[in-house]
Design a protein around this ligand. Structure first.
Ligand code: MG
Length: 306
């Protein structure tokens, strides 16, 4: 155990989109802009910044276009990959107008989840992704794929590994550079994580995957460590654990970036992230939301400063 750890790992910060989208308090454009700028200043190089969806569907993302105009004009963000979620061709076209260079497309291993979330079956969503990718490729846009409910679905329970493989192969064929495997309801355990990763490793190189764990049941760090030991080198997380869990009211959602930074850096694995600056970024946005941080590393940091 812990014999073949990497020297560094990648963190994909999802707080500004995945996190804020699930927060009820609407954050204004200036505060979102500053949040993203502060996250980049903390050393995060890949940040999910916005989403080009219909404004009435997700009010928190209604100013994505204006936000993006600000972000691409900001010199300090020149070397940051700012990722926008794009659900369909309409979103793709709008994203292009606003200078987006990195997008993410999404589906899940569950038809019921997809129907409720994006009103499409899995295969319908793959067709939309195909349309988006056909444009993205000609415009040299980097595309990340998300697969949700990999470890279980709030409507269907256990989901199929065969289906997971089929979807992942299709996304790869369509040209995504990476797939983020989502534990949408935070139900995974390390043994299941091992089963999924070992199953996929037969057909894919492990650097094709990023793990997206939720801490709903306090299992995220255990699952991250298991993934790391199996050779995964990329993880999604959200500053301050922003986002909560829409399927378990009051529960944690995305694993907190602070906890991952502490975990990796304390074991000598480089993340490129400065914990002090990250906590500064989180504290500003948490104050706007009226939330407390869900990161235990953050709590301990604050206590130590007193
Ligand atoms: Mg999430």
């Amino acid at each position: 155990m812990l014999k073949h750890l990497p020297q560094s790992i990648r963190l994909v910060e999802v707080g500004p989109r995945d996190g804020l989208q699930n927060e009820k308090t609407i954050i204004n454009l200036e505060d979102k802009f500053n949040f993203i700028k502060n996250l980049a200043a903390a050393g995060l190089k890949e940040i999910e910044a916005s989403s080009f969806v219909r404004a009435e569907k997700i009010p928190q993302m209604q100013d994505s276009a204006q936000l993006f105009d600000r972000l691409i004009a900001e010199p300090s963000l020149k070397n940051t990959h700012l990722i926008s979620l794009v659900p369909n061709l309409i979103g793709m076209k709008e994203a292009l107008v606003h200078g987006v260079k990195d997008i993410a497309v999404f589906t899940s291993t569950s038809n019921s989840f997809n129907k409720k979330n994006i009103n499409s079956t899995i295969d319908e969503s793959l067709l939309k992704i195909e349309e988006v990718l056909s444009v993205a490729k000609t415009q040299h846009i980097r595309t990340r794929g998300y697969i949700s409910t990999v470890f279980g679905c709030p409507y269907e329970g256990k989901t199929s590994l065969t289906e997971l493989k089929r979807i992942a192969l299709r996304l790869k064929e369509l040209g995504v550079y990476e797939i983020s495997l989502g534990d949408t309801i935070g139900i995974a355990n390390p043994k299941q994580v091992q089963e999924v990763i070992e199953f996929l490793s037969v057909d894919f190189p492990l650097d094709f995957f990023s793990m997206h764990f939720h801490d709903t049941r306090g299992m995220a760090i255990a699952n991250v460590l298991t993934s790391l030991e199996l050779g995964i080198g990329s993880f999604d997380s959200s500053a301050g654990g922003l986002g909560g869990c829409p399927y378990a009211v009051g529960a944690s959602g995305n694993v907190a970036t602070e906890d991952l930074v502490y975990l990796f850096e304390s074991m000598g694995i480089k993340t490129g992230v400065d914990l002090d600056k990250l906590i500064y970024a989180s504290e500003l946005i948490l104050a706007k939301l009226g939330n407390i941080s869900l990161s235990k590393s953050h709590t301990a940091y604050v206590a130590a400063k007193k």
